[in-house]
Design a protein. Structure first.
Length: 313
């Protein structure tokens, strides 16, 4: 559950109470008002402090952000600016025809990073929901495969890019951060979809946010790339946008397939994640195939490599 605190003049707290007139509910002690809009609870206090709590408090907080005053305790500005940057999408955009993008495999020691971008038309949203498209974190790997298969039958314009381990390790050694790799992979996938769309212009592009937009822009700039028009960033976007959820499913499905392929190649199962079990399997891989082979299967700069070597000593 998210929370944003804004500090505003008390006149604005009164205006807010007016604005949320039809959503008011009993307010806690000391509060001027409390209201519930969709899943967001808004509570305004005499001090000028206003709390926005719930699934996605940004949707309401952004409306009032411009009235913010210097907070007494230093928390207000920080919380708000961190969550409500200039690239935050309007809620209305999320139900329009947009491109969504998301990735998988970034926290896993074994296997590639996969990034997918998908264009879903507004009229396809209900059907995609019916197919079970939702945040892939709430789905089993098996159902992700099934949903991905069904989704592809709809012929949605999409792109899937895979950064295999040898290339990942090479870029990492050249000084690329994982953030930079992700930024460029998202950019590549989105550009492919824009190319496929030709003259059709999406209402917007929503990227599941993994870093501050300024950082993303800096990565693009360092490789002479430009952010396409109408690009927005949102954390947990896969739970708010069907296009991003669809992208998260395609990315995850491909990651799972790649893991199965790599496991077959090495002759035993490569576990997902980066746990102690992963260290043991990495040690086994080094023992059987040598360090040279490890770089074809793993993200070498993860601490798991050192831990695996320690197992062997
Ligand atoms: Mg994501």
């Amino acid at each position: 559950m998210g929370q944003i605190v804004l500090n505003v003049p008390d006149q604005i707290v009164k205006e807010m109470k007016q604005a949320y007139q039809s959503y008011l509910k009993p307010s806690p002690p000391g509060a001027i008002f409390s209201a519930k809009v969709n899943a967001i609870t808004i509570t305004g206090y005499k001090s000028g402090k206003v709390l926005f709590q719930g699934g996605n408090p940004e949707f309401e907080a952004t409306k009032w952000e411009k009235h913010m005053v210097e907070p007494g305790d230093g928390t207000g500005t920080k919380n708000a600016s961190k969550l409500t940057h200039n690239y935050y999408p309007d809620q209305a955009l999320l139900s329009q025809s947009i491109i969504g993008s998301d990735e998988a495999g970034t926290g896993d020691y074994f296997g590639p990073i996969t990034v997918a971008a998908v264009y879903a038309e507004a009229k396809q949203i209900d059907l995609l929901k019916e197919l079970g498209v939702r945040d892939s974190k709430n789905l089993t790997d098996q159902s992700i495969q099934q949903i991905a298969k069904q989704m592809l039958l709809l012929n949605l314009p999409y792109s899937l890019v895979v950064l295999h381990n040898p290339k990942y390790n090479q870029l990492q050694q050249q000084g690329w951060t994982q953030g930079k790799m992700k930024a460029l992979l998202h950019h590549t996938a989105i550009s492919h979809v824009l190319d496929k769309l030709g003259t059709t212009k999406p209402a917007g592009i929503v990227i599941d946010q993994f870093c501050q937009p300024e950082v993303y822009l800096r990565h693009l700039k360092s490789e002479n790339k430009q952010l396409p028009e109408q690009t927005y960033f949102m954390t947990k976007a896969e739970s708010h946008s069907i296009a991003v959820a669809a992208a998260s499913i395609l990315a995850r499905a491909r990651f799972v397939q790649e893991m199965a392929r790599l496991s077959k190649q090495v002759g035993f199962e490569l576990p997902k994640g980066a746990s102690a079990k992963v260290d043991q399997v990495a040690a086994r891989l080094i023992k059987q195939h040598g360090m040279v082979k490890l770089k074809e299967f793993a993200k070498l700069h993860f601490a798991n490599t050192t831990k695996a070597r320690n197992y062997l000593n």
